[in-house]
Design a protein around this ligand. Structure first.
Ligand SMILES: Cc1cc2nc3c(=O)[nH]c(=O)nc-3n(C[C@H](O)[C@H](O)[C@H](O)COP(=O)(O)OP(=O)(O)OC[C@H]3O[C@@H](n4cnc5c(N)ncnc54)[C@H](O)[C@@H]3O)c2cc1C
Length: 43
């Protein structure tokens, strides 16, 4: 059982999951992609 399920494990989802977990919530972070992977960037 989870307190939060976060879909998307990149720059928005990952820190959200981390912060919730640090507060003691049970968090499931899922992504349809595999990691590490390239992301769209002009850098
Ligand atoms: C071509 C391009 C160039 C860019 N260049 C720059 C740049 O140079 N500098 C910059 O700061 N920003 C850039 N951006 C913007 C930056 O990529 C986004 O602002 C940032 O990635 C948004 O992060 P996010 O975590 O919200 O979403 P995303 O990075 O889009 O991550 C969303 C994740 O959710 C997963 N997901 C989505 N739907 C589902 C589902 N139904 N089930 C499971 N998983 C799912 C995806 O697989 C993905 O991993 C660029 C964007 C594009 C398109």
């Amino acid at each position: 059982m989870y307190d939060a399920i976060i879909v998307g494990a990149r720059c928005a989802g990952s820190p959200t999951a981390m912060l919730l977990a640090q507060k003691g919530y049970r968090v499931l972070l899922v992504d349809r992609d595999t990691f590490p992977s390239d992301i769209m960037s002009t850098h």
